[in-house]
Design a protein. Structure first.
Length: 170
């Protein structure tokens, strides 16, 4: 039976930190689903479709491939564990930068295990990406800062366009 895992997140947008976790997770499983999840507590900058496209282009730019099959998908409602059941995934992948991330993630991991026996595999962030977050890169891009160290070229372009549109709208 192939080992299938789901790497969920808002990915608004995907950063080099996320891509590093995806690439390392892809070495642990036969199939990895990078899942763009609608998080009702956040107002997204990019639509689900745009986020999927940015993930696809970033994986291509960084040549992230390998033996694992990588699937990019969206979940616009419903429980994450139901998506896991639907695709036959037995594990979730989460990256963590600091203990703050772990404090936030631990209850979710416990609930997902309670609900459906889905285990969470935590992968520590490479320290190079320890300070990178989607919200910070959006802020830097909106203030005309350089985000090339934190995101792929396609994401940097999308952030620049989004920053220009927001300025034009006042
Ligand atoms: O990148 P984020 O916004 O921190 O990701 C959080 C996310 C989307 C993974 C989390 O909100 C989530 O798991 N949502 C799915 C809804 C769900 O299944 N909730 C119940 C168990 S935690």
């Amino acid at each position: 039976m192939p080992s299938i895992a789901v790497y969920p997140g808002s990915f608004d947008p995907i950063t080099l930190g996320h891509l590093d976790i995806a690439s390392r997770a892809a070495k642990l499983f036969d199939e990895l689903h990078i899942l763009v999840v609608h998080n009702p507590s956040k107002a997204p900058r990019f639509s689900s479709e745009e986020r999927v496209e940015l993930i696809r282009s970033s994986l291509g730019e960084l040549k992230i491939a390998g033996p694992a099959k990588i699937v990019i998908d969206t979940l616009d409602g419903g429980l994450l564990v139901n998506y896991c059941k639907m695709v036959g995934a037995t594990a979730l992948v989460k990256g963590f930068r600091t203990s703050v991330d772990l404090d936030y993630e631990l209850p979710m991991a416990q609930v997902n295990r309670d609900l459906a026996g889905v285990e969470t595999v935590f992968i520590p962030a490479d320290p190079v990406h320890g300070h990178v977050s989607s919200s910070l890169v959006k802020q830097v891009a909106d203030l005309d800062g350089q985000v090339g160290k934190y995101v792929s070229e396609s994401v940097a372009r999308a952030l620049a366009t989004s920053a220009a549109n927001r300025k034009a709208q006042g």
